[in-house]
Structures are given as C-alpha cells and as structure tokens.
Design a protein around this ligand. Sequence first.
Ligand SMILES: Cc1cc2nc3c(=O)[nH]c(=O)nc-3n(C[C@H](O)[C@H](O)[C@H](O)COP(=O)(O)O)c2cc1C
Length: 357
Amino acid sequence: MLFRGQNPTCEHCNIPAPRLPEAKCIRIRQLTIQLADITLGSPVFLAPMAGITDLPFRNLVQSFGGGLVVSEMVASQEMVQAKPGTRERAELGFGLENTAVQLAGRDALWMAKAAHMVEASGARIIDINMGCPAKKVTNGYSGSALMKDLDHALSLIEAVVAAVKIPVTLKTRLGWDDNLLNAADLARRAEEAGVQMITIHGRTRCQFYKGSADWQAIAAVKQAVSIPVIANGDIVDLASARKALRQSGADGVMVGRGIQGRPWLLAEIAAGLDGRSYDGIPAGTDLADMVARHYQAALDFYGPDLGGRVIRKHLGWYMDLVETPSALRKEILTSKSPATVLRLIPKALAEYGSVAA
Ligand SMILES: Cc1cc2nc3c(=O)[nH]c(=O)nc-3n(C[C@H](O)[C@H](O)[C@H](O)COP(=O)(O)O)c2cc1C
C-alpha cells in the first residue's frame, strides 16, 4: 500500500490510512478470477435478474466489458420438459466464456438433467440459485428455502457437480433469517462438494430487499472457504464497490439493480478498481444508438409483441437517466409501433440531460 499527503490515503484506492490495518488496497489485489481453465478478466459481475438479464441485455453489457454475466434463473424441471419460454433464458450469446447459466430447483434429478443440457448447449459455467426469496420459489423449497435444509441443498449441489465437467458456482444469501445465518456453513460444504465460486447477497431471505446489504457479514464466508467469494447487494458505483470489497474481503463484486439503464457500469467500476478513468459512457447520439440497438435486439430475440413489452422497462430506465420529458416518455412507452419507437429514441435520448456517471 502506498500512502501520500498529510492525511494519507492509499494512492491506488483512496482508502484513508487511519482505517488501517483492516483496509486493504483494492487496486493491487488480484483483479482476475480463475475458474478452472476460465479466466474472468475483471472481478465485477452482472447479477442474474429474472426479466432483466436476458440475452439482449447480457450481450449489451458484454459489449462494454464485464467479468462475468449470469443468465436469468432457469427452472430446471421446466427446462428439461421444454416449458414455453424456459430454454430461451439459458440461451448463450456473445461472450460465451464469461456467461454463467443459473439453474434453480429442488430436485437433484431435474437439476442434474438440466445441468447436463446446459453444458451440452455450450455453457462454460453453471450457477446454482440458493438465494431467490420469492414466495412462489421458496414455497416450492427452491431458491433461498434451501438454506433451511443444508443436507438437501448439498444433495442438489453434488448432483449438479457430478453431472457436468464445467465449473459450478453458487449464489446465496447470508441465511434464511437473523436466527439462521448459515451462509458460511453452506459455503464450506459447497466447496467440499466441488463448487468453485460463491456469491453472497448480504441480506437474509426474510429481509427480501429491505434494509441495506451487510457487506461485513460476508467476511465470515470469505474466511470459511478458499474459493473466490463475490459480494453482492447495493453495489451501485465505484465507491460502493470499493467499500463492499473492503468490508467483506471478497474477491469481486456482483451488481444487480444498479446497472439498470447503465449497461457500461461493470466496465466503469472495473476500470476504477484498476486505477483507470473510464471514458466509455455513451452520450448524445451514441447513447441513442446504443438504446436503439438494445431495442432492436429485444424485438429480434422475442418477436415484436413480447419484445416490445420486455424492453419497455429498459427504455424507462434509459429515459430516467437523461430525464426525458414526460410527454415524450409516455409516447415511447405506450407506442406499439417499432417504427415510431425507433424514430423517437434519438429525440428522447440524445437531446435531453446528460448521463450522470
Ligand atoms: C427483478 C429482479 C430479479 C432477480 N432475479 C434473480 C434471479 O433470477 N436469480 C438470482 O439468483 N437472483 C435474482 N435476483 C437477485 C439479484 O441477483 C441480486 O442478488 C439482488 O438484486 C441484490 O443485488 P443488487 O442490490 O445489486 O440489486 C433478482 C433481483 C431482482 C431485483
């Protein structure tokens, strides 16, 4: 660590010296993460988000640069049984090496079969969901409900690891509730079972998304295992990424809601952690072109009707960012005509406000 000035801060990551010895320089830490033969080029990952991190969005994020992007959760049984709309969620695109497909389920057999299918389709990493708090998922004893029965959780992990040759990772929370904070136990057992990386959302299941993520609590997981640990929850910019890394001691960060409307955010944070400034944020016509490409990619992927509906929330986030006037915003969000939306995007995105870094 290198310190400068009267109130010295580390010249790389700006951590004030008085906070030492806990503070560690983030810049000089290892900035790549190795999973078997896969090198993830930055420690800043895209969180899986159902309805958001679909193929068009992951491709867009990858075009700026992301260490890893994770698909939406794919229900294992539904995938094997080819329920409509399920297999599309596992589709791989640009940036294959850096894409994990996330599987959810409660039955070892379906999980293993789905893992095998995902591997056969070319996926390079499989992530297991043990963090989803939604009642329709936990009532089926999937997602974070698995934290209430670690033996069962382990049986799923073992089945998936045995079914494939590619790295298997795990995403979970701190525990079910404040009385059951067992992420470190789960992580230890998962590592023994062959899991190669673990992401912790710093909340319990019963917190859902309330309160703030507890990055400090992730440190117990980091200390329990020797595989990479990724901190998740409320990381929205370089400052929060640095703080989460410092408090948790984690090897990387995973960004969810903060990236909505800002697909360059992983690249921006990674550059900052590496001590570089980032000049890749599109503005004006470049921003409008990017949004038009995202819009068109969604229509191509889903077809015009479903695509037009799925992309609407992204359009809203982009327009929030540049504060598009409400009448124009409404016209775009209610139009069913792709030609009209494509005609209005330059006006809505290029002419107003500027993107806040
Ligand atoms: C709309 C939405 C959908 C999500 N879907 C998934 C999912 O499919 N799988 C999963 O493991 N987590 C899912 N999550 C949780 C996120 O991956 C992440 O853990 C959580 O949002 C906290 O990170 P953030 O504060 O950066 O958003 C979802 C979150 C949101 C908001």
